[in-house]
Design a protein around this ligand. Structure first.
Ligand SMILES: [Zn+2]
Length: 397
């Protein structure tokens, strides 16, 4: 093992409590999507304290800490927003206590995914201490609004800030496995237009609910026949809502709308998914709409995108994936598991739209994401900080 590897391992161990404390401080500040201002102030404070070369906040409210001045960019991403607590009765510990014991940091956001941010801030501190001087600029991004609209923050960073990394490490929870993709998703409405008539004479109208119902049953069948990918699994579709309208409760319904949650596997795209539905409604007075997201960030900026979150994956033999595997082995003396997320991440715009390679590596178990009693092992925070520092020191882009 090289001197540098030893030094990084030693420092990540020495800073184990520092990392846990930093995570605890982030958990204590409630940070729902579009309300991240307070927690981002704490992230700025932590990055500054860790000795980052520059810390800035962009127009959408993402905090970007920089170390190094090289032309190529390696970025680490962690979204700082969390989902709400849900039913508080299901929590055994106070969700915003940020409680720390010998083994864990507890609370909302500890797994999904402020643990990744705490770990990469420590990695930055370690890199400054070992005099990081490679020709690669390191960007550490504490991003916003992910839980509401995955990928929106990186659409802003890439398209508005013109930042184009060679590789982005997503620090979403992977239980310290190396992840290289996930299914995409999209949200659609299907609108059905009927003709109303008096409820006493339905034969004179065209019932929009009947039109929609027949299509709903076809969608159930469609779900069974969607494509399968060996790595990412099967595409899926489900109806999450049906809404209808009528001039009166004594009239034939003249409007119906269904909301579709479509999960896209490899090879399935927005076009293919819309085409499938258009086939099912052909001949009907009906239309498909891909929905849009638009919200006001905590900075006051209104920003949005289409609710199409493309599928992405890197191949197993991708050079960046094999490098990540080697770095893992050098640090931890064992073979990592290379896998995929079940949920969706900012990778949808970074890789899915902009084709910038993304690799996932983060502390915490993804099964705890959005669940009560979230907790992250401090051991994993320590190891993640070592991995990020080692990757910055040795990856070739
Ligand atoms: Zn997340």
């Amino acid at each position: 093992m090289s001197n540098k590897t030893e030094k990084i391992k030693l420092l990540s161990k020495e800073y184990r409590n520092y990392t846990a404390e930093n995570l605890s401080k982030l958990v204590k500040i409630k940070s729902l999507s579009c309300h991240e201002e307070e927690v981002q102030k704490e992230v700025v404070r932590q990055m500054t304290e860790a000795g980052f070369d520059e810390v800035s906040i962009d127009g959408l409210g993402n905090v970007i800490g920089r170390i190094g001045t090289g032309n190529k960019i390696l970025a680490f991403d962690g979204h700082v927003d969390t989902v709400d607590t849900g039913n508080i009765a299901n929590w055994e510990i106070e969700p915003f206590s940020g409680k720390i014991d010998k083994d864990f940091v507890y609370g909302r956001g500890s797994v999904d995914q402020e643990g990744g941010i705490a770990a990469f801030i420590t990695a930055g501190r370690i890199l400054k201490e070992i005099n990081y001087d490679r020709d690669i600029s390191l960007l550490f991004v504490s991003s916003v609004m992910e839980e509401d609209c995955d990928g929106l923050c990186w659409k802003y960073i890439i398209e508005e800030e013109n930042i184009k990394p060679k590789l982005v490490i997503s620090t979403e929870p992977t239980n310290l496995n190396i992840y290289r993709g996930h299914r995409g998703r999209m949200e659609m409405h299907v609108h059905f237009n009927g003709v109303s008539s008096h409820g006493s004479a339905p034969e004179n109208g065209k019932n929009a609910i009947y039109m929609a119902s027949k299509v709903c049953l076809e969608i159930e069948k469609l779900n069974k026949n969607l494509a399968v990918d060996d790595f990412l699994g099967k595409g899926s579709i489900t109806i999450s809502e049906i809404v209808s309208g009528s001039p009166s409760l004594c009239a034939v319904s003249d409007y119906a709308r269904i909301h579709l949650d479509r999960r896209l596997t490899w090879g399935e795209t927005k076009e293919s998914a819309v085409n499938e539905i258009e086939k099912l409604i052909s001949g009907l007075d009906a239309s498909v709409e891909v929905l849009n997201y638009k919200e006001t960030a905590y900075t006051g900026l209104e920003y949005g995108m289409e609710k199409y979150y493309p599928t992405w994956k890197l191949e197993n033999n991708n050079k960046l994936v094999t490098q990540a595997v080697s770095i893992f082995k050098a640090l931890f003396n064992k073979e990592p598991k290379v896998d995929k997320w079940t949920f969706s991440t900012n990778g949808v715009t970074i890789n899915g739209i902009h084709k910038i390679p993304v690799i996932g590596f983060g502390p915490g178990n993804e099964v705890m994401a959005h669940s009560p009693n979230e907790k992250t092992p401090i051991e994993q925070l320590e190891k993640a900080s070592a991995f990020y520092a080692m990757l910055a020191e040795s990856v070739s882009l």
